[in-house]
Design a protein around this ligand. Structure first.
Ligand SMILES: Nc1ncnc2c1ncn2[C@@H]1O[C@H](COP(=O)(O)OP(=O)(O)OP(=O)(O)O)[C@@H](O)[C@H]1O
Length: 326
């Protein structure tokens, strides 16, 4: 069954089309990532799918309900972790959980047990009575995740879940996300501009740019769009023998620095075969390097631009500015 189905979704702000006809579907139990640079339309799409914004055109069905026709039914079945912090900083972690649970009609022992289980899950149980304003950014994000799980959503939306966090905290949050999928078969839709996050977490990735999906597939499928993997060998031996011949070698070029570049389908599989060919031809291998395309190469290949890593910093600055304004 599809947990999310989106057809030709369009969202305009005035005359500006932020989402320009996107279509995709996400299967139940799948982690699906929207990967794209700042301003690509990721947050806008999340806001439409979570019923916070009405689409200008197109159709979106989440957890079996149309986002325009049955917004309340959608809301009951989804959890959201926003890009900007939304927990109450004056309250304790426990109080934040309690209020959120009550909004969803939970109470008594059931609510208390869930809060304990979830705060333990995100390793915040011992800090439950501390006001959130004394939490680090990572602790706040973990609390937001715990809170979003209180009503056992079928589909969880995470908008840039690790933006601005240090590498160790990011790794922790990735573990929680994987555990939610594995232990609860939860469908997770996440947006990110971090390629390692999309690659490390998502079963499938849609690359979004200027409001359009420009490619979709598993990380491996996307990388194949770029074409070959490349092995560079520094060889010692007769020059005319350096372009080793083999049916798995798609191209070979001697570079000005003396290294030889081999285009192959799969570098890991090609390496031992290149070693064999070299020793058979009496050529000695002095140095080996290889390059497998990254998702950045895919983005570059498709758009001619890079997904800029420093976009994260811009976002962090924006978050700081926004929280100062509050
Ligand atoms: N309320 C709004 N009014 C006008 N334009 C908007 C509004 N919200 C977003 N936009 C514009 O729509 C485009 C898409 O924004 P969106 O926030 O969806 O992108 P994003 O991919 O999530 O990027 P980011 O991670 O920076 O939020 C951007 O050009 C943005 O400036």
């Amino acid at each position: 069954m599809e947990a999310i189905e989106v057809e030709n979704l369009v969202k305009k702000y005035g005359d500006f089309e932020a989402v320009r006809g996107v279509s995709f579907s996400v299967k139940k139990g799948e982690i699906f990532a929207f990967l794209g640079p700042n301003g690509a339309g990721k947050t806008t799409t999340v806001h439409v799918l979570t019923t916070l914004l009405k689409p200008t055109a197109g159709k979106a069905v989440v957890a079996g309900h149309d986002v325009v026709e049955e917004p309340m039914a959608v809301r009951r079945k989804i959890g959201i972790v926003f890009q900007d912090p939304s927990v109450d900083r004056e309250l304790t972690a426990y109080e934040n959980m309690l209020i959120h649970g009550r909004i969803y009609g939970l109470s008594g022992n059931e609510l208390r047990e869930k809060i304990e289980r979830l705060l333990r899950f995100v390793e915040l149980w011992e800090f439950r009575d501390r006001q959130v304003k004394f939490f680090s950014g990572g602790m706040q994000r973990r609390l937001e995740i715990a809170r979003s799980l209180l009503h056992e959503p079928e589909v969880l939306f995470l908008d840039e879940p690790t933006i601005g966090l240090d590498p160790q905290t990011r790794a922790h949050i990735w573990d929680y996300i994987r555990a939610m999928k594995e232990e609860h078969n939860m469908t997770i839709f996440l947006t990110t501009h971090y390629m390692d996050e999309a690659e490390g977490l998502a079963d499938r990735i849609a690359i979004i740019d200027h409001g359009r999906i420009i490619a979709e597939g598993t990380a491996e499928e996307l990388k194949r769009l770029v074409g070959n993997e490349v092995v560079y060998l520094k060889l010692e031996g007769r020059e005319e023998l350096r372009c080793l011949k083999g049916d798995f070698i798609r191209g070979c070029k001697v570079l000005p620095d003396g290294r030889v570049r081999f285009d192959v389908e799969n570098a890991a599989e090609a390496l031992p075969r290149l070693f064999e060919l070299a020793s058979g031809s009496g050529v000695r291998i002095l140095e080996v390097t290889y390059h497998r395309p990254t998702l950045n190469d895919v983005f570059l290949h498709l758009t001619g631009r890079e997904i800029r890593e420093d976009g994260g910093e811009q976002n962090v600055m924006r978050m700081i500015m926004r929280s100062r304004r509050r």
